[in-house]
Design a protein around this ligand. Structure first.
Ligand code: SAH
Ligand code: SF4
Ligand code: F3S
Length: 455
């Protein structure tokens, strides 16, 4: 029986937040909630937030500003609303959020959201504001409802054929610019058995592609059923053997943990897609050391060589930061040079944003905004031309596409290539959730268009 109460969840930030939002929505199902896209009908509103850059964190406050009126209008109709800030801003700012925004009732960190049903109950019955940003001893994942019992909160979510599965969380690397070790806590890996169970539940819901998630996913070292710690490569092997699963991906990896067995998996595991997101952040060894990245430019290039030897058609993706404190023009040029040397299919680039509590924010030589913007602009021009080159290289090829949703136009479907490019093609809705050969006819800056060859 669907519940009568409604929860509205809005997600900011990374894929792990997307995963957490699904678990948050599902955890409320046993308490009579269903998910809604309509703010005005929600008893519970959850903003699942991101603290990675200043802009991301500030978005939350503009969103909370908009919620004030919604909450007020509901109150005047005699309908109370619990506004919850979850995620990494909740962890970083805690009770400060209550002081800055009176509209907020609950603040819950990424490691304690399994307590949300109880917190909502307490906030309602005791009518008080609560902050829970503990890193509890109990395993969050073990306390959340089983995913085979919890029905999906939304009947057909956008990428129903593709799902995220968090296998590792937190980070011990402490790059000097980054808040993640503080917001997500120390690195930990989930045990293999519980991951295989969850993967099995997702497959029985119709999932055909899984993306294994972790802030440092390739540092995975979870307890295996044999009592030994398993590597990510071994976990990938076990998940790949699950019947019904057709594609596997993982993200985000750190160059330092890109082990030989994981590289070999790109050669040996047919279900592992030829795509790797491997952030390098900067192309100067001096900046990499100041970032505490634990790798040099030469280390990175050596890795790329090994990976391409194992899987020649692999599409590489990366993250780059421009304008780290003290970065000179010639150090920035080294970043451009590295990008041209590797040739990326896809990249995400950011202006350095000083974050509270991180060592890099305390460095004196912070660069002016105009310098950062100008460098970002030049960098993005180079990256865009590489992405276009990669996409154009697909024209004329027949590529297997996993169709995931309907397109904007009637009769159009959208799916993903093995290289993670969105592919648009005309086709019947019964192709959703299936992998179909598509002949690529056009390439845009961010997606491909093609014609279905056989169904
Ligand atoms: N765990 C991943 C990614 C973490 S955050 C990794 O280690 O690569 C995602 C990306 O945000 C980072 O790769 C980095 O490029 C960017 N980022 C993190 N902190 C930032 C900051 N203070 N300013 C600008 N970009 C940042
Ligand atoms: Fe942040 Fe570095 Fe950890 Fe990635 S490896 S999450 S960039 S501290
Ligand atoms: Fe943002 Fe937290 Fe993810 S800071 S990038 S939501 S780990």
């Amino acid at each position: 029986m669907p519940g009568t109460k409604k929860v509205f969840v809005k997600t900011f930030g990374c894929q792990m937040n997307v995963y957490d939002s699904e678990r948050i929505a599902e955890s409320l199902i046993p308490y009579g909630f269903t998910e809604t896209d309509c703010l005005e009908e929600a008893e519970v509103i959850v903003l699942n937030t991101c603290h990675i850059r200043e802009k991301a964190a500030e978005k939350v406050y503009s969103e909370l500003g908009r919620l004030r009126q919604v909450k007020e209008d509901r109150r005047s109709l005699g309908k109370p609303t619990i506004v919850t800030v979850a995620g990494c801003v909740a962890q970083a700012e805690g009770a400060e959020i209550l002081a800055r925004s009176t509209v907020v009732d609950l603040v819950v960190g990424p490691q304690s959201y399994h307590r949300l049903p109880d917190l909502i109950f307490r906030a309602q019955s005791e009518s008080r504001r609560i902050v829970d940003t503990n890193f509890p001893e109990e395993d969050k994942f073990a306390s959340l409802p089983d995913r085979s019992i919890a029905r999906p909160a939304k009947p057909a979510s956008a990428r129903a054929a593709s799902a995220f599965l968090t296998v590792q969380e937190g980070c011990d690397k402490f790059c000097t610019f980054c808040v993640v070790p503080y917001t997500r806590g120390m690195e930990f890996s989930r045990p293999v058995d519980s991951l295989l169970d969850e993967a099995g539940s997702l497959i029985s819901r119709g999932v055909r592609e899984l993306t294994l998630l972790g802030q440092n996913v390739n540092a995975y070292h979870g307890a295996g059923p044999d009592g030994k710690d398993w590597s990510l490569a071994r976990l990938i092997g076990a998940v790949a053997r699950l019947d019904g699963l057709e594609r596997l991906r993982y993200t985000t990896s750190h160059p330092h943990d890109m082990s030989d067995d994981l590289i070999a998996a790109h050669r040996d595991e047919a279900k592992l897609m030829p795509y790797l997101h491997l952030p390098f952040q900067a192309g100067s060894n001096r900046i990499l050391a100041a970032m505490n990245r634990k790798h040099t430019v030469a280390d990175y290039l050596r890795l790329i060589d090994k990976i391409r030897t194992a899987r020649p058609d692999i599409a590489l993706s990366t993250d780059v930061i421009v304008g780290f404190p003290g970065e000179t023009e010639s150090e920035f040029q080294e970043t451009l040079k590295l990008i041209e040397e590797v040739g990326f299919a896809q990249a995400f680039s950011f202006k350095y944003s000083p974050r509270p509590g991180t060592p890099a924010a305390k460095i004196d030589e912070q660069l002016p905004e105009e310098v950062k913007s100008e460098r970002l602009h030049r960098l993005q021009a180079v990256l865009a031309s590489e992405t276009s080159r990669f996409n154009e290289g697909c024209i004329g090829r027949v590529i297997p596409v996993l169709f995931e949703r309907r397109g904007r136009r009637d009769g159009q479907l959208v799916g993903r290539s093995p290289y993670l490019q969105p592919v648009h093609a005309d086709g019947a809705a019964d192709l959703l959730g299936r992998i179909i050969p598509v002949e690529i006819s056009q390439a845009g800056p961010n997606s491909l268009v093609g014609v279905i060859r056989a169904a």
